[in-house]
Structures are given as structure tokens and as C-alpha cells.
Design a protein around this ligand. Structure first.
Ligand code: UD1
Ligand code: UDP
Length: 371
């Protein structure tokens, strides 16, 4: 990491703070080289297997690590405001829907810096999810919005956001296509048909009742071997509640990105409550069952590759849903092509517009001062 002191100023500040942001921004970060850019990591995710393995594995590098070690928006926001006031970027790039995304957008507003939101316009319409609240707030604060699909642009239009909205696609297309070409086979003993499981949403893992139902549902799938790279939040809650996972499930530590994609390619189906994994499953043509009431990735359901299955409210058996999905067909992925290139072009245009406006303002002020 570069020392903050050695960076006098910057034009663009890109902010990330969690595993999915590091992954999704890993290719874009390397291409923002037309001006002085600084990549800031908030440190919301801090464990080696939630942070370093992604920077290292994807050849990506943040310039500054704020090491916040928390998801507290106010803590992250304050540190970002201080940094923005020092480096004076013209624009700030935030990604997705995490607390770091919100803290970045708020810090931009606090410092009157233009905010660009990448992955704008996603809506699950479930306001109980902290991520849904973050999405709405960030979209309404942002000056420029880059949507992954035209459906997300429509959601923004519905909320009255019509100006400076671009459809650029989803950056995960380029990242997942690049890294899925590499095969890194760890030996997971995939002797019988396998399913990949990930789970970390509050609605699924912060509640004992829901964890117990999860165990029941997973035992129903005894004909499959289930591999479960476990999020630290979930590991902690299983331990606290003394919940034992059934025999057909193998818990492993979170995997590096290439290892994760290698495993995704080998299994029959993915069971998840992750946002990003719903997208990757569809891009890699793998059926997905999402253990949630709703999704903000509606496109994946519409093309037949994803089915919702809320653990606490489902009458159909999970086995039958899994079998239907394994036998189904998935249409073309909806998230675009050459997404990094398109995104860079739009960011360049925004940057040049902002620079022109800033210069015009300086000239106007000088003219007024000379009168
Ligand atoms: C966060 C995001 C969520 C995103 C997810 C990606 C918010 C509100 N949530 O959820 O949208 O889908 O990241 O994984 O921003 N922990 C560690 N080590 C880490 C990170 C977390 O041990 O590196 C543990 C800590 O006990 C922490 C808990 O996990 O308290 C939850 O972490 P947090 O960042 O608050 O939320 P996530 O569930 O990771
Ligand atoms: N992922 C990974 N290793 C794992 C679990 C997930 O590399 O053990 C990747 C996954 O491929 C996806 C991202 O992490 O790109 C999703 O992160 P997560 O589910 O934590 O967050 P969300 O997408 O729900 O915000």
C-alpha cells in the first residue's frame, strides 16, 4: 500500500470495502489510467480470507487501506471525509450496496464531490434488507448512475432518477469470464453429484429458527454432496447457537476467487443467498436456487436460471426445486459484453465533463473578481 502522505491529490477516488467489491472492481481498477486515480479500501472486510486472497489472487491492489475493521457507516464515512478533503478528487466511484458504498456516497455528499454509483438501480423491494436501504440512499445521493441492465434503469426512472443514467452492463462478466478460464482443482472429493452452498444474509444466518430450518432442508438433499465455503458471520452464528450441520455438508473456509469459480463449474447447482453468485451462476450457465424471499437480480429469474426459495416460507420440497432447476434451460446471460471497456468510457466522459465544469467555474469566478 502507498503511504497516504505520499499522495498529494487525485482526480478520481475509487472506494471498495468488502469481498464482492474487490472482485468486481478488480479489472476496472487496472483500466482507470487516463488520470490520477486512487483506489481506497475501507477495510470493512478485514480477515485474510475475506480480503487479501482476493487482492492477491486477482492481481489487484488498493493504494490506501483505511483499515476501519468495521461495517459502521459513521466510522467509515468520517475517515473517508478526511481523506477526500486531503486528496480533493473531482469524482468518487462507489460500487454496489454495502455499508462501505453508502459511507463513500455520504462522504462524497459531505465534501460536495461528484459521486458515481456503479451497479445502480437494483431493487429487491424488501426494505428489511440493509442492502436495499443502502441501494436507495446511494442512488438518490449519486450524481451519475451506471446500471447493469435496462431493467435497473427502469427502476431508477420509476423513482424519478432520469438524468445522467447509463446502462453499461455488469463488471462481473469480464472478471468471471477471465478467471473461469483457469482451473484450480482443490480436492473436494466430489465423488457424487455436488451442490455448492453459500450463505451470509442476516435474514438467514442471524436467526436461530432459520438456521435450524436450513439444517432440515440440507438433510433433505442427502443424495447430493454439499460443499459450503462458509462466511465468517455464518460460522460465528452456527457456533453461538450450537447448530450442527448434517453429514452430507462439508464446511470449508472461504475460497479464493479462482478456486471458487473452479468449484462452481464442477457442481450441478448452486444454493446461495449471495447477490454476486446469482450473477456468476447465470454467466457460467449453472442453475441457481436463491434462499431468499426476493432478489434484486430479477433478470436471472426471468431467463430461467434462478429460482427463489425462502427458507422460512416454503411449502414445496427443496429437493424437487433443485431437481427442476438442474433439468432446466438457461437463456443468454443478461449482463452485457465488453463491460469494463464501456464502463471506462463512461467514467472518462463524466470525468472530462466535471473537469470542464470546474474550469468554467474557476474562469467565471476570476471574471467576477476582476470586475
Ligand atoms: C457485508 C455486506 C453485504 C455483502 C457482504 C459480502 C453490509 C451491510 N453488508 O455483509 O451486503 O453481501 O458483506 O460478503 O455492508 N467478519 C469477519 N471478517 C471479515 C468480515 C466479516 O470476521 O473480514 C465477521 C465479523 O464478525 C462481522 C460479521 O462477519 O461482524 C459481519 O460482517 P459485515 O461486514 O458487517 O457484514 P457481512 O455479512 O460481511
Ligand atoms: N466468493 C469467493 N469465495 C467464496 C465465496 C464467494 O470467491 O468462498 C465470491 C463469489 O464468487 C462472488 C463474491 O465472492 O464473486 C460474492 O460475495 P458475497 O456472497 O460475500 O457478497 P454479495 O455478492 O452477496 O454481496
Amino acid at each position: 500500500m502507498t503511504k497516504i502522505k505520499s499522495i498529494p491529490s487525485c482526480d478520481i477516488m475509487m472506494i471498495a470495502g468488502t469481498r464482492p467489491e474487490v472482485i468486481k472492481l478488480s479489472e476496472l481498477e487496472k483500466k482507470i489510467n487516463f488520470c490520477e486515480s486512487v483506489y481506497v479500501y475501507t477495510g470493512q472486510h478485514f480477515s485474510k480470507n475475506m480480503k487479501d486472497i482476493f487482492f492477491d489472487g486477482l492481481g489487484s491492489k488498493a493504494d490506501i487501506d483505511l483499515a476501519c475493521n468495521t461495517s459502521d457507516v459513521e466510522v467509515i464515512r468520517k475517515k473517508l471525509v478526511k481523506l477526500i478533503l486531503k486528496l480533493k478528487p473531482l469524482i468518487i466511484l462507489v460500487y454496489g450496496d454495502t455499508n462501505s458504498t453508502l459511507a463513500g456516497a455520504l462522504a462524497g455528499r459531505d465534501t460536495k464531490t461528484k459521486v458515481v454509483h456503479i451497479e445502480a438501480g437494483l431493487r429487491s423491494f424488501d426494505l428489511r434488507m440493509p442492502e436495499e436501504q443502502n441501494r436507495i440512499k446511494v442512488d438518490h445521493i449519486s450524481d451519475y448512475l451506471l446500471c447493469p441492465t435496462s431493467l435497473s434503469r427502469e427502476f431508477l426512472r420509476f423513482e424519478g432518477i432520469k438524468k445522467h443514467v447509463y446502462v453499461t452492463g455488469n463488471l462481473i462478466v469480464d472478471v468471471s469470464k477471465k478467471f473461469s478460464k483457469i482451473n484450480l482443482h482443490e480436492d473436494h472429493n466430489l465423488d457424487k453429484e455436488s451442490i455448492l452452498l453459500t450463505l451470509h444474509r442476516a435474514e438467514n444466518v442471524d436467526d436461530k429458527k432459520s438456521l435450524k430450518i436450513l439444517v432440515e432442508k440440507l438433510s433433505e438433499l442427502s443424495m447430493y454432496k454439499i460443499i459450503f465455503p462458509i462466511h465468517p458471520r455464518t460460522r460465528k452464528n452456527l457456533k453461538t447457537n450450537n447448530i450442527k450441520i448434517p453429514k452430507n455438508v462439508t464446511i470449508i473456509d472461504p475460497l479464493g476467487y479462482i478456486e471458487f469459480l473452479s468449484l462452481l463449474k464442477q457442481v450441478k447447482l448452486v444454493l446461495t443467498d449471495s447477490g454476486g453468485i446469482q450473477e456468476e451462476a447465470i454467466i457460467l450457465n449453472k442453475p441457481c436456487v436463491t434462499l431468499r424471499y426476493t432478489t434484486e437480480r430479477w433478470e436471472t429469474v426471468l431467463i430461467g436460471g434462478n429460482r427463489l426459495y425462502p427458507l422460512l416460507q416454503n411449502t414445496q420440497s427443496l429437493v424437487s426445486v433443485v431437481e427442476e432447476m438442474i433439468g432446466g434451460k438457461i437463456k443468454n446471460q443478461p449482463y452485457g459484453e465488453f463491460v469494463t471497456r464501456k464502463t471506462v468510457n463512461v467514467i472518462k466522459k463524466i470525468f472530462l465533463d466535471c473537469k470542464k465544469t470546474k474550469l468554467n467555474n474557476i474562469i467565471r469566478l476570476e471574471v467576477i473578481n476582476q470586475r
